[in-house]
Design a protein around this ligand. Structure first.
Ligand code: UDP
Length: 257
């Protein structure tokens, strides 16, 4: 995977975070799609960082992405402690929608992979309502399990997408992309419209939010950096995962002492 366009970045507990705005992330996606090849974006939040500490494969995946956007107020805060003021928090679901807007302008083909059966279809239909020019290359629930990935890769390859969103949750979705994006190139990207690159991005619960299966925190909670609290209240089983946030704060404070 190529990664020539280099924004300013900061390392937080061993994970690279790139200082980009939504607009710049879209510009980078556009440049990479025009250039060709396969490229992975990740939406890094404190859970990612803590998982990567204990998981070498995930750490390597995040080290080799074209772009790691700062998804999460915790990441922005930790970067500030390390002396880098990130200009914007770039939430995965919002970046996905911005990329879809760009895709509709450029007539790019978009594939939605993951979530429970039927959810990717509903999310795609909702996005087409918002961006009527969008070309849906395909939708499929599939599964992140290794044993079942070849037919899924074939399906995505046949659809020749420019953008591939994968909603299997982290780290499964990001590992899936790192393993399988290379298999989508270059044959997949030669269509009537010529050769183009592919940008793949893991998007967690984004399809659920867009399809209305899960409600997203109200805007005021997002602005107050309380999205985690809203999710915890609606999905209490997440508490164990969310202890990562506390461990992250402690580790980030120690790192920047
Ligand atoms: N998911 C899936 N297959 C799996 C596990 C998860 O399709 O084996 C989907 C799940 O339906 C949801 C998404 O992955 O749409 C992950 O959501 P979650 O909110 O856990 O992700 P996060 O945003 O926390 O990374």
């Amino acid at each position: 995977m190529t990664k020539h366009i280099k924004p300013r970045s900061v390392e937080i507990l061993g994970v690279r975070i790139d200082d980009v705005t939504y607009g710049e992330a879209c510009d980078i996606a556009e440049a990479l799609i025009r250039r060709g090849g396969v490229h992975q974006f990740a939406t890094v939040n404190p859970e990612f960082v803590m998982a990567a500490r204990d998981d070498e494969e995930f750490r390597n995946v995040l080290a080799n992405t074209a772009l790691n956007v700062p998804d999460g107020a915790g990441v922005v805060w930790a970067a500030g402690r390390r002396g880098m003021k990130l200009r914007e928090r770039v939430a995965g679901v919002d970046l996905m929608l911005e990329l879809c807007a760009l895709a509709s302008r450029h007539r790019w083909r978009v594939f939605f992979l993951g979530a429970q059966p039927g959810v990717a279809e509903r999310a795609a239909a909702q996005i087409v309502l918002t961006y009527p020019g969008l070309t849906v290359a395909g939708t499929h629930a599939g599964t992140p399990h290794r044993a079942e990935e070849l037919p899924i890769v074939e399906r995505v390859r046949a659809a020749r997408p420019h953008l591939l969103f994968v909603a299997y949750g982290a780290p499964a979705q990001d590992k899936w992309l790192a393993r399988n994006l290379p298999l989508l190139s270059p044959g997949a990207s030669v269509g009537q419209e010529g050769t183009h690159g592919i940008v793949g991005m893991g998007v967690g619960g984004a399809f659920d939010f867009i399809a209305g299966v899960q409600k997203r925190a109200p805007a005021w909670m997002q602005q107050a950096n309380l999205e985690w609290l809203y999710r915890l209240a609606r999905q209490p089983w997440r508490w164990r995962r969310q202890t990562a946030l506390i461990r992250f704060v402690v580790a980030a404070m120690l790192e920047s002492r």
